[in-house]
Design a protein around this ligand. Structure first.
Ligand code: NAD
Length: 295
């Protein structure tokens, strides 16, 4: 059993902290929300009074925070309170630049640190079936892997510091682009008088097949578990997809990569979000593209 600080008990962090506690770890939690702290207590974690209180005497810290600025702030407190040699794991989705800057500060202060963003939503966080994409040294990865395995089905070492975030934004840029492509195909199929189920049967066995089509079909019907069958309740909210597409474009600009389809996907998701789609599942953009958007 290890003593682990966990900061950020939102939609994702709540289930992740609970799974660490289920594996017998002594999990000291902190969140700005009292309700989140109470839920974590009921799940077997120990509420702390602050980030510093959660970290004191801890062997490791895990963070699951909304965005870059939250990570910068919380890590100032962790650097100030972590015992020498502590392991720091940030699972938030943030920019590659921020991940590398925080990792450099951690290394300077003598801590092992990895960026370990996740693929998989709230259900995967609760069910311990997340995929972790991990950036950091071989030594830091070897220490982090057993902790991450308590919360996931796959833990993959992507490379050095920031490589986990790089993998995450490249994957989600691909997902955003492929979802729009699948939506456009269903919109055109409908205009051409083609039944959505028939088009699904054909395309899911043809060269157009991809995850957005066969596991998360944006047209209601073919994939019963997809958000398209429950009014596009998230799932993976459009606001989250837009955040990840913005991170990808920021990285593309900084690195000089040409990502014109990524830029188009960001623009389309920004339009959908501004027209009432921000809180809806990202596959709901099919209604916007079909001119059926609800506000
Ligand atoms: P969330 O907003 O539900 O939770 C974030 C939590 O952090 C909140 O409870 C908030 O109170 C807490 N917090 C913020 N600042 C804090 C501080 N200074 N100290 C302590 N607590 C603080 O967000 P989420 O959906 O859990 O997502 C977390 C991260 O995971 C994000 O970076 C997101 O992009 C990523 N992610 C989310 C999903 C998803 O499906 N929700 C999937 C993959 C990755």
């Amino acid at each position: 059993m290890s003593r682990i600080a966990f900061v950020g008990l939102g939609n994702m962090g709540a289930g992740m902290a609970a799974n660490l506690a289920k594996h017998g770890h002594d999990v000291r939690v902190f969140d700005l929300s009292n309700a989140a702290m109470e839920r974590a207590r009921e799940a077997g974690c120990k509420p702390a009074a602050s980030v510093r209180d959660a970290m004191s005497a801890g062997e490791a810290a895990l963070t699951m925070l909304p965005a870059d600025e939250h990570v910068f702030g919380v890590y100032q407190d962790l650097f100030a309170s972590a015992p020498p040699g502590a392991l720091l794991i940030d699972c938030s989705t943030i920019s590659v630049d921020t991940a590398r800057a925080v990792a450099a500060s951690a290394a300077k202060a003598g801590f092992d640190m990895v960026d370990a963003p996740v693929s998989g939503g709230v259900a995967a966080a609760q069910g311990a079936s997340l995929t972790f994409m991990v950036g950091g040294s071989e030594g830091a990865f070897a220490r982090a892997a057993p902790v991450l395995e308590c919360m996931g089905k796959a833990v993959i070492h992507a490379g050095g510091p920031g490589a986990g975030q790089a993998a995450k934004i490249c994957n989600n840029m691909l997902l955003g682009i492929s979802m729009i492509g699948v939506c456009e195909a269903f919109v055109l199929a409908e205009k051409l008088g083609l039944d959505a189920q028939k088009f699904y049967e054909i395309s899911s066995k043809s060269s157009g097949q991809c995850w957005s089509l066969s596991s998360y079909c944006p047209a209601p019907g073919p994939v019963p578990t997809a958000p398209s069958n429950s009014g596009y309740a998230p799932g993976f909210a459009t606001a989250m997809m837009l955040k990840d597409l913005k991170l990808a474009q920021r990285a593309a600009l900084a690195s000089g990569a040409a990502t014109p389809l990524g830029a188009a996907a960001e623009a389309l998701y920004a339009l959908f979000a501004a027209n009432g789609g921000a809180g809806r599942d990202f596959s709901g953009i099919i209604e916007f593209l079909a001119g059926k958007a609800r506000s």
